[in-house]
Design a protein around this ligand. Structure first.
Ligand SMILES: CC(C)(COP(=O)(O)OP(=O)(O)OC[C@H]1O[C@@H](n2cnc3c(N)ncnc32)[C@H](O)[C@@H]1OP(=O)(O)O)[C@@H](O)C(=O)NCCC(=O)NCCS
Length: 154
C-alpha cells in the first residue's frame, strides 16, 4: 500500500510516468519530457537530486527534483499523484532530498510557489520552510505572484 511506497533515485524509466503524473495535477510544474531527461543527466549543470516514490505495485506515486550549487539548493518540482496525497509521501521525498543535499554540502534550500497553491504552501510550512519574500508577477497563465520560501538543511 501507499505507506510502503519506496523512495529511490529517479531513473529514465520514470520519465513518461512523471510527465503523466504532473499532467494530472494542474498545480504541478509541467515539464516537458526532455526537461526530466536533462535533470537525470549527471553531466548537466546545475547538478540535481531526483527522487521517486514507487508503490509496491511499481507505480510512480510521486517525485521530487532539486537543483543545487553548494551551499544553496532550489526545490524545482515536487508532485504526488492525487490517489497518494496526504500519506506523507512529499514529507518522505523531501527528507530524502535533504539527506542527499546535506551530503553534497548544501546548507539551505529555496523554492517558489504560487500564492494560490494552498496545499503546497501548507506542505512547505509543515516541512519547515519559512516565507523569505514575494516575487511579483513571477508566474504567467495565469499571472500570479510567487511566494519565495527558504529552509535550512542541517
Ligand atoms: C504539495 C504536494 C506535493 C503534497 O504532497 P503530499 O504527499 O500529499 O504531502 P504529505 O502527505 O507529505 O503532507 C505533509 C504535510 O503537509 C501538509 N499538507 C499536505 N497537503 C495538504 C493540503 N492539501 N492541505 C493542508 N495541508 C496539507 C500537512 O501538514 C501534511 O501533514 P499531515 O497529513 O500529517 O497533516 C501535493 O499536494 C501535490 O502534488 N500537489 C500538486 C502539485 C504541486 O502543487 N506541487 C508543488 C508545486 S510548487
Amino acid at each position: 500500500m501507499n505507506a510502503e511506497a519506496r523512495i529511490r533515485r529517479m531513473t529514465a524509466v520514470d520519465v513518461d510516468a512523471a510527465v503523466a503524473l504532473a499532467a494530472a495535477l494542474p498545480a504541478a510544474p509541467q515539464w516537458a519530457l526532455a526537461a526530466y531527461v536533462a535533470a537525470l543527466d549527471p553531466a548537466m549543470r546545475p547538478m540535481r537530486v531526483t527522487l521517486a516514490a514507487e508503490t509496491v505495485d511499481g507505480e510512480l506515486a510521486g517525485f521530487a527534483v532539486a537543483s543545487f550549487v553548494p551551499p544553496e539548493a532550489e526545490l524545482e518540482s515536487i508532485a504526488v499523484a492525487a490517489a497518494y496525497q496526504r500519506q506523507g509521501i512529499a514529507r518522505r521525498l523531501f527528507a530524502g532530498l535533504a539527506r542527499e543535499l546535506a551530503a553534497a554540502g548544501v546548507t539551505g534550500i529555496l523554492l517558489e510557489v504560487r500564492v494560490s497553491n494552498a496545499a503546497a504552501l501548507a506542505t512547505y510550512r509543515a516541512l519547515g520552510f519559512e516565507q523569505a519574500g514575494v516575487r511579483r508577477n513571477y508566474y504567467a497563465e495565469p499571472d500570479e505572484d510567487a511566494v519565495l520560501m527558504r529552509r535550512g538543511i542541517p
